[in-house]
Design a protein around this ligand. Structure first.
Ligand code: WT7
Length: 655
């Protein structure tokens, strides 16, 4: 087992066509069918999406114009009105889906709950009414800081129902990070829980909310608290309310607010190349359509499927493919609170067996940790209900792909390797499993309507098999609309690195890739200062800012180094202020400091103290060299711009 190195992926020639059996029953049954859809969409993207919008969604009012494109600003289905919570709930109630399981939830301690579409609709309406009573109005922002429990989905849908934008903050983020996001979004209310279960201990969420408010999240007027773990928590009178006290008397009648297509649906913060995370903005109709169609075709959704995506609702994968995409399609979506842990390393396989999961969607880092835990765990369970597997988050190394196909998929399930981003809203490059033969390590071909290309910095296409920048040439309905409160950053970050080509703006969000002679895309990873740790995106600058905010640190440079399970691990090179000496205690304190500032997901694996950092003559830190050092590799490439060569020699010899 190893990292997805350029060599291992370049040597990967195996192809896995779908079985006849799978293709015969699939929604999209052949390469020809895919190609026809692709060509039709490429020739007229607007018409392609318009037809799907008409067929797949409910509208209160039809749009006047499909696309208004004033680069880099796109508006889709202009003048239309709809509500995504109506599309996810109400419209199923008049069909056979009324009493179908919408959400199957399994808690870490073994408790469970199933909500039918009718029951989920009822709870969402109740919470929507509670939010209104607590002063939330259309256009307000609501923070959601929740464990993986049904109420997390209820909260998102309740916001959408009344036209309040949610911003979900992953429960692993610290109070400090939570505060920054609540302040940026100017959230009026926070929905949280007393705690959540994580590897048999309680994550004290409400406590973090209290801290975030003390730290200065002053726009927050109220906190709505769901009881989950039951330990004693502080409740501030007038400010904090228990959901279980308000729910019994809350009306279950709450018509969905008609929303303009381009009304704000949610903000989701993601790391970029500066210290400050960006609020990625998604709007109503285009996002609904895009997540709906991409899930339906890519995961070949059938009425009887039991679909499980193991992501957390705090990430885009949870938004698009646990909540909105599946429910808009009337599917059964599984939500699991737990994680594989020493007392139950096979818990994922238990969930599959217990509920007869047919479609399973997880991340390469999880797959690599399953490999480490051993085949005996999946082998001891009945996984025969599975018919389709998916992966997302980082390039998957062919070895992990093959293991996934064999040990989990029983050599019978196609694997969809889905390339996309927080910014894209939904899948961009992915196999359609009945149509496209897969190659381990490749996300294969673009989804119909997505015009992807590999270009150089001037925006000119590069030849097949040559590396370059992965760009998208035409807007799509699920694309982000802007950076919340910072349209200029939106333009700079995504539309200006690569020159517009022949007047066409190219969307570029940081990945390097190549395209082979069959038109298959091979994503190699980020080409900016963003690292991918266990499928989570972290800006190196963000971690550096956290480190230098500690009194002992003079300067910090953070790089990723290859890691067998996590993909990348965080290595920090630090120089200390006068009066501080490197020590194991200081190292420990600094790691904890990063956890406090950002969250456990950003804890450095390794800290290396150094007198100086290698810099160019103009004072820029030469991260390339540090990456080589962190990985234990020879220094590659040119070092002639280095200001002081002795810095490098000292670093090589261990400080
Ligand atoms: C970055 C986006 C989209 C949900 C998960 C992460 C990397 C994502 C793949 C894949 C190769 C992938 C890219 C991308 N990435 N999926 N299938 N193959 N790389 O969302 O936090 O917005 O991160 O994850 O580098 O830019 P995100």
């Amino acid at each position: 087992m190893s990292q997805p190195t350029i060599e291992s992926i370049l040597n990967e020639k195996r192809q896995f066509p779908p079985s006849e059996e799978f293709s015969k029953n699939a929604r999209i049954k052949s390469l020809e069918e895919y190609q026809a859809l692709y060509d039709q969409a490429a020739a007229n993207p607007e018409q392609f999406w318009e037809q799907l919008a008409e067929k797949e969604l409910h509208w209160f009012k039809k749009w006047d114009k499909v696309l208004d494109w004033q680069p880099p600003n796109a508006k889709w289905f202009v003048g239309g009105q709809m509500n995504i919570s109506y599309n996810c709930l109400d419209r199923h109630l008049t069909t056979h889906r009324k009493n179908k399981a919408a959400l199957i939830w399994e808690g870490e301690p073994g408790d469970s709950r199933t909500l039918t579409y009718a029951q989920l609709h009822r709870e969402v309406c109740q919470m929507a009414n509670v939010l209104k009573d607590m002063g939330v109005k259309k256009g307000d922002r609501v923070g959601i800081y929740m464990p993986m429990i049904p109420e997390a989905a209820v909260a998102m849908l309740a916001c959408a129902r009344i036209g309040a934008a949610h911003t979900v903050i992953f429960g692993g983020f610290s109070a400090e990070s939570l505060k920054d996001r609540l302040v940026d979004a100017q959230a009026k209310l926070v929905i949280t829980a007393d705690g959540g279960w994580r590897k048999e201990s309680i994550v004290a969420l409400k406590e973090q909310v209290d801290k975030a408010l003390e730290l200065g999240a002053s726009s927050v007027e109220h906190v709505l608290v769901v009881k989950r773990t039951g330990q004693e928590i502080a409740m501030t009178p007038d400010r904090d309310q228990w959901w279980h006290e308000l729910q019994p008397t809350a009306s279950a009648n709450c018509p969905a607010e008609p929303m303009d297509s381009e009304d704000l649906l949610f903000i989701l913060y993601t790391s970029g190349t500066t210290g400050k995370p960006k609020g990625v903005v998604h709007t109503t109709a285009g996002y609904n359509l895009y997540t709906h169609v991409t899930l339906q075709w890519t995961f070949d959704l059938q009425e009887t499927d039991v679909y499980w995506c193991t992501a957390d609702v705090g990430w885009i994968t949870g938004h698009s493919y646990i909540v909105y995409g599946p429910l808009s399609n009337g599917a059964t979506t599984v939500m699991y609170e737990g994680a594989p842990r020493p007392s139950n390393p096979g818990c994922f396989w238990d969930v599959i067996e217990k509920y007869g999961v047919t479609i399973f969607y997880t991340a390469p880092t999880a797959i690599r940790s399953f490999i480490k835990m051993g085949d005996q765990h999946p082998n001891a369970r009945d996984l025969s209900s599975l018919r389709l597997l998916g992966t997302v988050g980082e390039p998957i190394n062919p070895e992990a792909w093959i293991w996934y196909a064999h040990v989990i998929g029983g050599d019978r399930c196609p694997i969809v390797d889905t390339w996309w981003q927080t910014e894209t809203g939904g899948f961009m490059i992915t196999p359609l499993p009945g149509a496209i033969a897969t190659k381990p390590g490749s996300a294969t071909r673009p989804f119909p309507g997505i015009l992807a290309e590999i270009v150089d910095l001037d925006g000119s296409p590069v030849p097949a098999n040559e590396g370059g920048y992965l760009v998208i040439k035409h807007p799509w309905p699920g694309m982000m609309r802007t950076v919340y409160g910072d349209p200029d950053r939106f333009r700079r970050t995504y539309w200006e690195h690569i020159a517009p080509k022949d007047g066409h703006y190219l969307y570029f969000a940081g990945d390097g890739a190549r395209c082979d002679e069959d038109g298959y895309f091979w994503v190699m990873g980020r080409v900016d200062d963003v690292i991918n740790v266990s499928g989570h995106r972290l800006g190196t600058m963000e971690i550096e800012s956290a480190l230098v905010s500690h009194e002992s640190v003079a300067e910090a440079a953070v790089v990723g180094k290859p890691d067998e399970v996590r993909g990348e691990a965080i290595v920090a090179f630090l120089s200390l202020e006068n009066g501080y000496e490197p020590s194991p205690e200081l190292e420990k304190a600094l790691k904890q400091h990063v956890v406090n500032e950002i969250g456990a997901l950003a804890r450095p694996t390794e800290i290396r103290f150094t007198e100086d950092l290698p810099k160019t003559r103009s004072g820029k830190i030469m991260r390339r060299l540090l990456r080589n050092l962190a990985a234990g590799e020879e220094i590659a490439g040119d070092t002639s711009t280095l200001q002081d060569r002795s810095v490098l020699d000292k670093l090589r010899s261990g400080g």
